[in-house]
Design a protein around this ligand. Structure first.
Ligand code: ATP
Ligand code: MG
Ligand code: MG
Ligand code: MG
Length: 572
């Protein structure tokens, strides 16, 4: 490899760093990846990867590829543009609902942009494999996925267009599936170890994928949108989503008619709980219902409704509005609990308008705005009467110190980012597409499948969340856009030395970013170096003339003055 492929001169790079955080940024990774010139927002949840960002993204992809290849995965690339009928055949068009980007071609044929690819992979294997001898098969791709997320936020942590590694295993027996799942689980551990993650493996719900066994790889971080429980005593760990249970739909009996809703008999969480036959005690903090396939929140008596609302949001691709306790405390004119259909954003009036325009809302319904935040609720609406309810969901309380479902010891709670997810799907997709191969006895065998995802672009942001400090990004070695960031802090002499060092390191295979920008002050260069987060910073400065440079560890901040040769020896 030529040295040029290892040396990147900042004087020739397209790079603009920013001193200020982007106005809409809430999470550290969002702020820092934008400020350090790694990514730029194109539109909501859609991102451009700039040169530095692309390198980090590729580094993550490389590690994923190496470990997938090591378990016998075969890399393929399937289209992102997919016939909608595939997703109708498995019922996932409905399950994903508005999350699916849908489009038509010029002839009016319906397509979707793939949110995940179980359907097409099943078809590929049906076409390519005919015998038990062709199994097991593990196929994977690293590809752009599309999901019209209700609230894309947090930068590349939750994109509407994002990069995913998705793999699929095909086996002829249940034991085979368990083995393929095990291989993936181990590969994922190697991947996340190598990438430098702090992570946990937790039980998960299977969600829209269908299927039974499923685990998530969670990276603990305050910016995470998942909450997980773990037991310090027995090691039990689960996403709180996994603790949600579903109650079959039933009519809501005994609701007072609309005129009487302002009375103390107003249906409350307790009456709903009684109706559902679940305890209205501390074990039921929130009640959610699904209306037309979308989750809607009903009644929240406790004080943790915001978190639970977020939790609810992740249960389905629906926007869930949260009803806060304050809304009800002194307001008998409010119906307890009822909030609206998906996609209501913007000012309350606008939402009210959309709400009231909904033909399902009973006459007499009016609109109120909560006192605590710009938040709105319809009045005099009864869920189950004015809306059909498909399903009731209740969220089991999860509080620190609650008994662990396995051993009874007090559990702990934490926030995390979902970076990977592995599923034993079973025969759901094989059944939908009649995927059989000829068995050993010459009779057809139905194939059993697993599917396994890693958020490649999300991993970049999740690592930034876990590793940054107050100065900026701080990459683990394996994903860093370079090994060494050389700063020419001075005039011609310093620049000359910096480039000479860059050349030598590059020739030795070290990946170098060299700040040889002529018009930029040393102070700005130092600030940029900290912000960009390359693990080692080498400064050609004051003592360049004596052949002495400074080597700084980005993470620890430790710095040392060294003769040039010694610095080179350290870095190669
Ligand atoms: P989430 O709960 O965060 O919405 P998910 O459970 O819907 O994620 P999966 O269907 O399990 O996601 O997809 C596999 C992986 O793809 C996830 O573990 C995550 O790392 C990544 N991923 C999912 N949605 C997004 C997104 N909108 N942006 C970036 N990465 C994503
Ligand atoms: Mg999701
Ligand atoms: Mg999830
Ligand atoms: Mg998932």
């Amino acid at each position: 490899m030529s040295q040029h492929s290892h040396v990147q001169r900042m004087s020739r790079m397209m790079l603009k760093t920013l001193r200020d955080d982007p106005a809409d940024a809430e999470t550290a990774s969002h702020k820092l990846l934008v400020r350090a010139g790694y990514v730029r927002r194109s539109s909501a949840g859609v991102w451009t990867w700039l040169p530095l960002g692309k390198r980090v993204l590729e580094n993550v992809a490389r590690v994923v590829r190496e470990e997938m290849d090591a378990i016998g995965g075969q890399e393929v690339l399937l289209p992102a543009l997919l016939p909608r009928e595939l997703y109708e055949a498995t019922g996932r068009a409905d399950e994903y609902g508005d999350l699916l980007f849908a489009l038509k071609d010029r002839k009016g044929v319906d397509y979707v942009l793939g949110p995940t690819h179980e359907e097409l992979f099943t078809q590929v294997v049906k076409d390519q494999c005919s015998s038990y001898k062709d199994m097991p098969v593990i196929l994977y791709q690293i590809q752009i996925k599309y999901r019209d997320e209700a609230r894309p936020r947090s930068g590349v942590l939750r994109g509407r267009e994002f990069h995913m590694k998705d793999s699929y295993s095909f086996d002829t027996s249940d034991d085979g599936l368990v083995a393929s799942y095990g291989l993936h689980r181990e590969a994922y551990q190697r991947i996340f170890d190598r990438l430098g993650f702090d992570y946990r493996i937790v039980s998960a719900v299977s969600g829209a994928m269908g299927g039974s066994a499923s685990e998530e790889f969670l990276a603990p971080a305050a910016a995470g949108e998942d909450t997980y429980v773990q037991c310090p005593s027995c090691g039990f760990a689960a996403n709180t989503e996994a603790l949600t249970t579903t109650v079959p739909p039933a009519p809501l009996d005994g609701h007072p008619p609309v005129e009487e809703l302002d009375t103390p008999d107003t249906p409350t969480i307790e009456t709903l709980a009684a109706h559902l036959g679940v305890p209205a005690s501390a074990t039921l903090k929130n009640l959610l219902v699904k209306v037309d396939g979308e989750i809607t929140a009903v009644g929240v008596p406790g004080d943790r409704e915001v978190d639970l609302g977020k939790l609810a949001e992740r249960l389905a691709p629906a926007e869930v509005e949260v009803v806060t306790a304050e809304d009800f405390a002194d307001r008998p004119d409010l119906v307890r609990g009822y909030v609206g259909p998906q996609g209501m954003t913007g000012p309350p009036e606008k939402r009210a308008f959309r709400y009231l325009a909904d033909p399902r809302v009973a006459p007499g319904t009016s609109w109120v705005t909560g006192s605590n935040k710009p938040d709105s609720h319809a009045r005099n609406v009864v869920c189950g009467r004015d809306f059909e309810v498909d399903e009731y969901l209740d969220v089991v309380v999860v509080e620190p110190g609650d008994p662990c479902p396995r051993c009874g010891a007090g559990i702990e709670l934490d926030r995390a980012i979902e970076i990977g997810h592995i599923f034993q799907l079973g025969r759901k997709y094989a059944d939908a597409f009649e995927l059989d191969v000829l068995g050993q006895d010459g009779k057809p065998v139905r194939v059993t499948m697993g599917s396994y995802g890693i958020g490649v672009s999300r991993a970049v942001a999740a690592l930034a969340e876990q590793t940054h400090d107050e100065l900026g990004l701080c990459w683990p070695r394996e994903v860093a856009p370079a090994d060494v960031h050389i700063v020419a802090a001075g005039k011609a002499k310093q620049t000359e030395l910096a480039l000479e060092l860059a050349g030598k390191l590059g020739a030795a295979g070290v990946r170098v970013l060299v700040d040889d920008r002529a018009s930029v002050s040393p102070g700005v260069k130092f600030t940029d170096a900290e912000l960009m987060g390359v693990p080692q910073i080498l400064v050609a400065g004051r003592r360049a003339g004596d052949g002495v440079v400074e080597l700084k560890d980005r993470r620890t901040g430790e710095r040392e003055e060294l003769p040039v040769d010694e610095a080179l020896a350290r870095l190669t």
